[in-house]
Write a protein that binds this ligand. Structure first.
Ligand code: KE4
Length: 427
């Protein structure tokens, strides 16, 4: 595939944008090669500046569940545009989207819109600390909740329970208040609560993980987490930025029947425009300024264009049998991919709803350490062969792939042809 224009754009970009990108994963560092410069996106496809066409399984990292440029979403944005782009005051669209979110998530009695998933999780943690008057938080090794300082923390070495900074620029003091447990290991959470029984404000997790690749909670894990947090007076925060309106219209909490204290949302609720949200029990959310003393603000929060895109997206999700179609497509795709790899290259495919990851390992993948057994070199080769064959997978072994409502039989067959070709080229 010709990549001349992408190459030239990348050479220009890298001079003035760190790594040539505005978000690290787009730089393809984990897989090598020239990053994509997209000219246009339509339905299940991306078109790069060299006019190459790709079946898109990244979907802007989750938001594009209806497919790119869905007519109802485009029309809603065009319509809102006529009224202006940003008012700096409240407007009705914030209320309409909030009502849709509360209707879909019974655990959310009050919600605040922000502009990204990072803002949502950062703010939810601040509210949890304000409400419980406790300082520490528990996150899980390998889970990603955006780039707020206290969340860029990795597990301390050995028996050390304190987190250590996972990025330059995060002070030790910030990391000290973040404790790190292992996903699917309730004992690792219990031991942290036993060690700090009175100072853990919340536990935050991706209920179905997307940021280690797809990891599925073992039976009882989420329920035990709910019971444990209640026992110690800590809040349970479900980071559903990725899973909210993705795994079902009520997110992961509807599927697993868990009632978290706070939920973070993003991606799909913006329909491709910048929106995040956090919400939960009224008595907790009323602490948020200006109704309470926990401060949080945002110039473009509740932006009318972004709200209109979110409203149109959720309405389209309600009006169509989207989940049935995208979940069936994902199941058929993964079963067929498994058959193609069988006996040739060991892979473990984790899928949940319309999210999936092909792990290049022969070990069941259920936590950070098992995810890390994957052969990332081989994944990188597979990624680039698939790209050459017109299929864009997430450019990292440790990311989730997404199927949209615009993916149909033609895309399924073409994807499987590309996998067959790539596996032949790898063996
Ligand atoms: P943003 O600040 O990127 O909108 O959201 C942060 C975030 C929070 N919580 C979860 C569960 C998330 O998946 C994310 C962001 N996800 C990544 C993809 N793994 C976004 C892609 C990127 O960083 O460019």
């Amino acid at each position: 595939m010709a990549k001349e224009l992408s190459k030239r754009l990348f050479e220009r970009a890298i001079k003035i944008l760190p790594g040539g990108v505005d978000s690290p994963v787009r730089a393809f560092k984990a897989v090598g090669g020239i990053p994509l410069f997209t000219k246009k996106a339509e339905g299940a496809y991306l078109f790069d500046v060299d006019n190459n066409k790709y079946i898109d399984y990244v979907g802007s990292w989750g938001p594009m569940i209806l497919g790119h440029n869905h007519p109802e979403v485009v029309a809603a944005i065009e319509n809102a545009l006529k009224d202006g782009t940003s008012f700096g005051t409240s407007s009705e669209r914030e209320i309409i989207l909030a009502e849709l979110v509360l209707e879909a998530f019974p655990s959310i009695e009050m919600v605040r819109f922000v502009n990204s998933g990072t803002e949502a999780t950062m703010s939810a943690i601040r509210v949890a600390r304000g409400y419980t008057k406790k300082n520490k938080i528990i996150k899980f090794n390998g889970c990603y909740h955006g780039h707020a300082d206290g969340l860029l923390v990795k597990a301390g070495s050995g028996a050390e329970t304190f987190g250590i900074p996972d990025s330059l620029g995060v002070p030790e003091d910030y990391a000290k208040n973040t404790l790190v447990a292992e996903f699917n290991d309730i004992e690792s959470v219990k031991s942290l609560f036993e060690r700090y029984p009175d100072d853990i404000a919340c536990v935050i997790l991706e209920p179905v993980v997307g940021n280690m690749g797809v990891l599925i909670p073992k039976d009882g894990f989420l329920k035990n987490l709910r019971e444990l947090t209640k026992k110690y007076g800590a809040l349970l925060i479900f980071d559903e930025v990725m899973t909210g309106f993705r795994l079902s219209y009520g997110g992961a909490q509807a599927i697993f029947n868990i009632d978290p204290d706070l939920t973070c949302l993003g991606k799909i609720i913006g329909g491709g425009l910048p929106v995040g949200a956090y919400g939960g029990k009224r008595e907790i959310m009323e602490l948020v300024a200006p109704s309470g003393p926990v401060y949080q603000a945002g110039t473009l929060s509740g932006n009318p264009l972004a709200m209109s895109a979110g409203i149109a997206t959720l309405k389209a999700l309600k009006a169509n049998r989207v989940y049935e179609k995208i979940n069936t497509y994902t199941k058929n795709l993964c079963e067929s991919i498994n058959n193609i790899f069988e006996g040739k290259i060991p892979v473990k495919i984790n899928l949940f709803g319309s999210m999936f990851t092909i792990f290049f390992t022969n070990t069941e993948v259920y936590d950070y350490n098992t995810a890390k057994t994957s052969n990332t070199q081989l994944f990188g080769k597979f990624f680039n062969l698939m790209l050459e064959n017109g299929v864009f997978l997430p450019p990292s072994q440790f990311e989730a792939a997404f199927v949209s409502y615009a993916h149909g039989d033609m895309e399924l067959n073409k994807t499987l042809e590309a996998v067959e070709k790539a596996v032949k080229q790898l063996t």
